[in-house]
Design a protein around this ligand. Sequence first.
Ligand code: AMP
Ligand code: MN
Ligand code: MN
Ligand code: MN
Length: 289
Amino acid sequence: MMKFDFHCHSHFSDGQLSPVELVDYALEREIELLALTDHDTVDGIAVAQKYINKLTLSSGKFNFQLAAGVEISALTDFGEVHVVGLNIDSENQDLLLALKTQQGKRWQRAEKIDQQLGKLGVTGVLQECEKQVVQVITRSHIAKAIVSLGHAKDMQQAFKKYIGKKGRIKVSKGWMSLEQAISLIHEAGGISILAHPTRYPLSNKKLSLLIENFKLAGGQAMEMAYPSLNKDKRDWLKIHLDKNQLLASSGSDFHYSGLKWSDLGRFPVLDGQIPHVIHQMFPENSLIG
Ligand code: AMP
Ligand code: MN
Ligand code: MN
Ligand code: MN
């Protein structure tokens, strides 16, 4: 069966690998279709595509296709959610402008976090981040900075103590609305997907309302296969997928190599009967689940 992955990150956001290294890793993992979906940027796509074109020129035809994607942070009545856009035009001007605005908001949030951390005696975080960030600053960079400054033993602890949902740092987020994220993706010719629905801290009742709102806002698909999603939860999501007539998508949300339970191209295979975005994106692959 053809291997694909519709959700992963490069160092343009909080992934470990550069787009070139990511393509090499995908080839090593025998992935044939990869969507690069960095947080709030599409700028890694051209870098990856240029490298693929070079490989094609030097080695002739080979089986690898890159899909342009993005993972947009958006605000809803139920808090922050992530919307993946797949098969977008990564040169769409409205999209690029909105992502630039969002990247600016991310720097503003990082400054606020840095100030609050300073008051707790954790100083120099922003400066430390500036050394690592390629383009988009995320809480992963901040967590890494907290660790390297010696204020947490690992990133997990940095989230727990400081910048995670229950951490001491509280800052407001200025992300775009769900409606805007969805319409930007559609205007750029892409498919809109609600990312990892079970990872939001919501009761089942609220999650079902979120999925309904996503559909009402024009959303087209929902992730149904990712590493932390167990079968019971997937069965629950399937009911809401059907009810709202959404397509399914699959992706590893790969950030780093070396984790056993999470790797590029690794997620449960869905039942081939479930309508999947892959059928819409690549009709020639319509038999792939
Ligand atoms: P941001 O979009 O800047 O708020 O950063 C969120 C990113 O931080 C996510 O995409 C994850 O990659 C990472 N993240 C969030 N929570 C945790 C956590 N508890 N442990 C490790 N990484 C996390
Ligand atoms: Mn991330
Ligand atoms: Mn996400
Ligand atoms: Mn992600």
